[in-house]
Ligand binder design. Structure first.
Ligand code: SF4
Length: 335
């Protein structure tokens, strides 16, 4: 576990992102009040089913979506959306996509792919390196492609899936970012190379002090790589805390259901969620998870005297920060 400094490097502060509805449909509340902080030298896993808002949050943190309310802050300063501010910002916060084949131009060599960012950002991106080739070689080497010069003339189709993902990571590292936002970074890779890429992310955190927000539906990945976990459901963080706490002792019924499907540890049967599929155009009243909540369906919530609140009272938005939290009436904030 890393020792993180006390101030977050990247934050979502009360972020809402609403997409207009099409053909008379209601607008979609893709992000509905998200507070999330990423600290220096930490890996934060953002987990949840597809469609929960992970990718929208990742895009918003990258400045690719503009919040309809709230703001994104880098080192405490709200992000401005002028082209010049965004250009500077994107050197500091870099994206790593799930599909390296899609992220790489098949007609560009590895050298061209990694040098592209340097060319966009100009001389200041070279830093103390002075020349482009040395900087590209350093990035490839840090991404584990050694000796780097051997990879310069190769094309994406000549590389393995793991090597392609390393090229994508080198393309991010070449700009010396402080944060990487990775959307399902190993989802398209074989199990045998997933571990290598995760080890690379851990090495970058430990050796370079890099922070990463890793959006994933894979709790096993979170367990292997993350310092902290934030669980997302229908546009909100519903549980957050240190990885050991969340994955060993989950509290929110949604986190429990996710974990029960991911692991057969303890021999417990998986919790199959029923009820309406989450739809950001129709966020339920009360607790947004209540139509699918196993604790409500099984009578646990009624026994605790909270069933009515589950249906009518929003458990609220979790604060950011490093502490653990759960948005569920079973766990009132004072308990
Ligand atoms: Fe379930 Fe109620 Fe907790 Fe929501 S507030 S997760 S419905 S127990």
């Amino acid at each position: 576990m890393s020792t993180a400094a006390s101030l977050p490097v990247l934050s979502a502060c009360g972020v809402h992102v609403t997409f207009p509805g099409r053909r008379g449909r209601e607008s979609a509340r893709a992000l509905d009040g998200v507070n999330l902080d990423v600290y220096p030298s930490e890996i934060l896993a953002l987990v949840g089913e597809s469609g929960c808002g992970k990718t929208t949050l990742a895009r918003t943190l990258l400045g690719l979506e503009r919040p309809s309310a709230g703001d994104v802050r880098f080192a405490g300063v709200p992000l401005a959306y002028s082209p010049r501010s965004l250009r500077t910002y994107r050197r500091r916060v870099q994206l790593v996509l799930q599909d390296p084949m899609g992220a790489l131009n098949p007609r560009h060599t590895v050298y061209e792919a990694v040098a592209e960012g340097l060319r966009i950002h100009g001389a200041e991106a070279l830093g103390s390196f002075g020349d482009e080739a040395t900087k590209v070689a350093d990035a490839l080497s840090r991404a584990g492609l050694r000796p780097p010069e051997r990879f310069f003339p190769r094309y994406p189709h000549e590389l393995s899936g793991g090597q392609r993902q390393r090229v994508v990571i080198a393309g991010a590292l070449v700009l010396d970012p402080q944060v990487i936002v990775a959307d399902e970074p190993v989802a398209s890779l074989d199990a045998s190379v997933r571990g290598e890429i995760l080890k690379l992310l851990l090495g970058l955190r430990d050796d370079s002090g890099l922070s990463a927000l890793v959006a994933t539906h894979d709790l096993g990945l979170a367990w292997n790589v993350a310092d902290r976990v934030a669980v997302m459901y229908l546009g909100r963080i519903v549980e957050a805390g240190p990885v050991e706490t969340i994955l060993r002792s989950p509290e929110h019924p949604y986190t429990r259901a996710l974990l029960s499907v991911a692991s057969t540890a303890g021999g417990n049967p998986p919790v199959i969620l029923s009820g309406e599929a989450p739809d950001p155009s129709h966020v339920p009243a009360g607790c947004r998870f209540h139509p699918r909540c196993p604790a409500l369906a099984s009578g646990v919530a009624a026994a605790a005297g909270i069933a009515e609140a589950c249906r009518s009272v929003d458990p609220g938005v979790l604060p950011g920060g490093r502490g653990a939290g759960v948005a569920c009436h079973l766990y009132p904030p004072s308990s």
